[in-house]
Design a protein around this ligand. Structure first.
Ligand code: AMP
Length: 510
């Protein structure tokens, strides 16, 4: 429990206090900030004014588990005091007991799922983060990644700030605390005007739930209604699980302040078109979510249709790499008329491939995760479909698996373009040297995988898949830097290391 005005209070995380953990990590170097920063990709959830706020938040986080499996946390406020539980591991393993839910008192709550690719997780980075401000307590949870957090952090620390975590999100709390504005919403706006990059934020005070999206709207955030309560969630699938009705998305560059009086909308940034991240459709979001009015499942199927039109193959059977390749494989099979078969069975009790840090463990993870359904593979010309290739580990393993199961030919089709550039906005893609497509051409990648043929969906195919006629090169409708190297925000912390091409429209006020 964290008192609103008790600045010495620490919350208990997995039996270890944040203070203990801070001491244990004192040897951390500056570089660790940047290191850790790049691994945050998450799901957020919030409820305002519901008797079951903490239980609903646990459910919402459960539906958003695919966005982060490393750690989860919930903060509630009972009007006077804040309560905080932050745990390592899955929501279902940590927020499944009535005693835990009961400890999280109050009618308002926020929650967070954290995703990381490393075992070297720092407990104090688990969100929501909490601070006692002179306006009262404030808890915050963040999906995305700030691209100037390191720069801001250096300035803050050199002017006396004491940081408790290595998370970019903590910078927001410091900026809030330093704002001279009177109202918390104004302070919040003050703070987010100084940050750059991707953020879908939920914040909680003793009488308000705040939601915000960065000026481009890179990461998703939706508003729902449940009885008389309001809900904020990264994806609509989290509204569905709690039975909330979808109201609308938080717009790009919008801050919503939800109180007993309803929703107050603030638009503190110059108006510009939204550029949500295309990778939500490709991989990250759950297929039953609706993003920007489009069903993620339908879009993924369309990627498969486009892929079949662009890159046909003379094969006997279309086989998805489960689960992420399934919708595109259905689309490919329907368009091409080639039979669809579940030639690979996935073990669902193994985490996502990227959850383990080392390449060797990761490779083993893929093997643990997938097995061949030899009966539909043996003697056949197989067309494998996956949503994306990052390091190439999955594709290489599975091509081998198909041959071991007796495939005659193994053709690879990927339902997005080659990923040639790193992400700085909260989706874990490694640095360029580890990205297969940044280092090899199509033939090199085919050879690396051992496939008979290899083709990727074109960038225009992706845009057609989401219902556009193609990519508007002057003003792209989505953030697609992984494929194009065009980043929609400054990458201040990168300091030109990646020499990103920024779109000229960035500075443009529309
Ligand atoms: P890789 O094995 O390194 O080529 O990664 C590709 C596989 O990982 C595909 O099966 C994708 O479904 C999945 N994937 C793609 N992007 C991500 C990500 N950001 N985090 C975790 N898994 C991913």
């Amino acid at each position: 429990m964290v008192s609103r005005h008790d600045t010495t209070a620490v919350d208990i995380i997995d039996g270890q206090t944040t203070a203990d953990n801070t001491v244990a990590r004192q040897a951390d170097k500056w570089s660790r900030y940047g290191d850790d920063r790049l691994r945050e990709e998450c799901g957020v959830f919030g409820v305002f004014d519901h008797a079951d706020a903490s239980a609903l938040t646990a459910l919402g986080l459960h539906a958003l588990q695919h966005r982060g499996q490393e750690a989860a946390g919930i903060a509630t406020c009972d009007g006077t005091q804040f309560h905080l539980e932050r745990r390592m591991g899955l929501v279902g393993d940590n927020f499944n007991k009535q005693t835990v839910i009961d400890r999280l008192k109050g009618r308002s709550a926020i929650g967070h799922n954290r995703y990381s690719t490393t075992g070297d997780t720092i407990l104090r980075n688990v969100q929501p983060l909490f601070a006692d401000l002179d306006t009262g307590g404030f808890a915050v949870a963040h999906n995305g990644n700030l691209t100037n957090a390191l720069t801001l952090r250096r300035e803050l620390v050199s002017s006396g700030a004491i940081c408790q975590s290595t998370s970019d999100t903590e910078v927001i709390l410091h900026l809030l605390s330093r704002s001279k504005k009177r109202r918390i919403v104004e302070r919040f706006v003050d703070a987010i005007r100084q940050i750059e990059g991707a953020y879908a934020l939920v914040g909680l005070t003793d009488d308000m739930l705040i939601g915000a999206r960065d000026p481009v709207g890179i990461r998703p955030l939706v508003i729902g209604r449940l009885d008389n309560a309001y809900v904020l969630a990264s994806e609509t699938c989290a509204l569905d699980i709690v039975g909330a009705e979808f109201i609308r998305e938080v717009d790009n560059g919008e801050v919503v302040a939800i109180t007993k009086d309803g929703i107050e909308s603030h638009r503190p940034f110059p108006k510009r078109p939204a550029q949500p991240c295309i990778f939500e459709y490709i991989y990250f979001a759950r297929p039953d979510s609706i993003i920007n009015g489009r069903s993620v499942y339908d879009v993924r199927k369309q990627f498969g249709v486009q892929l079949a039109a662009e890159s046909p193959a003379d094969v006997d059977v279309v086989v998805p790499i489960p689960d992420s390749g399934v919708p595109a494989a259905i689309g490919y099979a329907q368009h091409s008329g080639i039979p669809f078969e579940l030639g690979i069975i996935r073990n669902h009790y193994v985490g996502r491939t990227f959850i383990e840090p080392e390449q060797q463990i990761r490779a083993l993870g893929v093997k643990l995760k997938h097995s061949a359904n030899a009966g539909v593979i043996r003697g056949k010309r197989i067309l494998l479909i996956d949503d994306s290739v990052v390091r190439g580990t999955t594709s290489k393993k599975i091509v081998q698996l198909m041959y071991e199961a007796g495939a005659k030919e193994v053709h690879m089709r990927i339902a997005c373009p080659p990923i040639t550039h790193s992400d700085y906005y909260g989706i874990d893609t490694p640095s360029k040297e580890d990205l297969l497509a940044a280092n090899l051409d199509n033939e090199g990648m085919r050879e690396f995988m051992g496939a008979t043929s290899l083709a990727f969906l074109s960038i225009n195919g992706v845009y057609r898949g989401v219902g556009e006629t193609g990519r508007d090169s002057l003003r792209p409708q989505f953030t697609d830097h992984c494929f194009t190297g065009e980043y929609p925000t400054p990458l201040t912390d990168q300091n030109g290391t990646e020499a990103p091409r920024q779109l000229s429209l960035l500075a443009e006020v529309l």
